[in-house]
Design a protein around this ligand. Sequence first.
Ligand code: MF3
Ligand code: CO
Ligand code: CO
Length: 274
Amino acid sequence: MNHQNVLSITGDFVQPPVNPRLVLLSSRELDKMRRVGRLAANLLNHLESMVQPGMSTQALDDEAARWLRAHGAISATLGYAPPGHPPFTGSICTSVNDVVCHGIPNPNQILKDGDIVNIDVTPRLDGYHGDTSKTFLVGNVSAIARKLVEATQESMMRGIAEIKPGARIGDIGAAIQDYAEAQGFSVVRDMVGHGIGRQMHTELQVPHYGKRGSGLKLRPGMVFTVEPMLNEGTHTLKFLADRWTVVTKDKKLSAQFEHTVAVTEEGVEILTLP
Ligand code: MF3
Ligand code: CO
Ligand code: CO
């Protein structure tokens, strides 16, 4: 996800100036996005089969790197260094428990019974990117952790269900926020979904909260991510000293799911399905 770069004093999302014509993909490009999207989903399924107590997050990363190479793809996160960040050292992000996103795989981090772990994969294939993540349960988790994970996935699907030509970006966030808060969870404000295509992150921003009817009008050919992060406690975040790892300020749990989607004439197509 992107850091939201425009925040108003009220905390409401302010749509940055994006020319919608600049973010439309051709049908040829959409075909490439379908291919890399399916690849991303298949990688995530593959990694899911490894998630169990005793597994290190580095072992997941190593397998992701090997799998991508075997499939003729590369990771867009490895070496990624936007302004103000050192190069990211993972081929995937692994975010455990109170880590909201951008957790860095580490040989000393061993998954244990009761953890929740988000795995976020962003492969590049033939010049285009897919971006998808799920939060997995490690062994037996608490009732609240399970509820948080289920609510996060459902909130993402409700956000995606809003997408069709003529709908607004704000409709997505409103659906996510309504559901999340009704379940007793908070929605992260400071990290947003993003346009995607030849670059992993393009300027289009997709907040996971907001007002119906606000924001950019959706048009066929727009491609972006929907990737809500829901917190057990407050939505406030903190960066660790590594300048990547984002954690909840209150150290309570956070979960995330992500799909890459395309706006079509008919409505919406989820590109990151197997
Ligand atoms: N996949 C992340 C996203 O959803 C991007 C991660 S950038 C990284 O946008 F460098 F932290 F890996
Ligand atoms: Co993303
Ligand atoms: Co992602």
